[in-house]
Design a binder for this molecule. Sequence first.
Ligand SMILES: CC(=O)N[C@H]1[C@@H](OP(=O)(O)OP(=O)(O)OC[C@H]2O[C@@H](n3ccc(=O)[nH]c3=O)[C@H](O)[C@@H]2O)O[C@H](CO)[C@H](O)[C@@H]1O
Ligand SMILES: [Mn+2]
Length: 245
Amino acid sequence: MTKSLAIATTVFAVGKYIRFLGNFLETAEQHYMVGFKVRYYIFTDQPEQVPAVTLAPGRMLSITKVPKFSRWQEISSRRMEIIQTAIEEHIHKEADYIYCLDVDMKFHNRWGPEVLDTLVAAIHPWFYTMDRKQFTYERRPASKAYVPMDQGDFYYMAAAFGGRVEDVYKLTKTCRENLEEDKNNNLEAAWQEESHLNRYLVYTKPTKLLSPEYMWDDVIKRPSEMRLIRFSAIVKDKAEVRENA
Ligand SMILES: CC(=O)N[C@H]1[C@@H](OP(=O)(O)OP(=O)(O)OC[C@H]2O[C@@H](n3ccc(=O)[nH]c3=O)[C@H](O)[C@@H]2O)O[C@H](CO)[C@H](O)[C@@H]1O
Ligand SMILES: [Mn+2]
């Protein structure tokens, strides 16, 4: 492992979610891939509102303007298509690895090169103690996100996934195609792109799983077995930050 590896990191901050970006970036500079060449790709409808955060040497940030879709489900799901396109157009030349992260998040401890692998997914902190039957996969066979009751290993959270650029490219391309096919059939999977991500990972197994230490949710009381929280979803007022109920 050399320090010259470039790690693309996609972050969407559309509409009111722009308010989360400053804290995300400040805490990322303290804990995320410290010492590595991180390239943040910020996708936003308000480029002028991107906060100025001092980056460590060798790290850079670029901003791409994206439309604000009217429903949060669409803002969230269309990330697959936008990431796929960005990889095709330029990221494939600019990075070795790519990690796609939610913005309503904060780093608290090291999230370092131990997460690098071919295809990486994070176990959803609500489901790590649960049985497969309780996973909230899409269960309607008509959907391209369908997972039968006897399939699936873990329920993954869509707020963080990544890996080698070419492997993440295949994932985003497949999820995008399946999201579009569902839409053409008037279907929206139970948890939008998270359902499609989960379906993809049932049949294309991730090569590394991140434990809930790497993907916590601040609404859950920290259990005693969880010694360290490294990255967590902050508590947000969904009705207030989202475009639609
Ligand atoms: C606990 C829970 O309910 N989890 C679901 C919810 O996650 P989340 O509540 O984590 O979704 P979210 O509201 O954080 O949206 C995902 C990401 O999309 C971006 N974004 C979203 C909306 C917006 O107006 N502007 C914007 O920039 C932003 O980067 C955000 O972090 O929704 C996801 C997306 O469908 C999945 O279904 C999750 O399972
Ligand atoms: Mn989120």
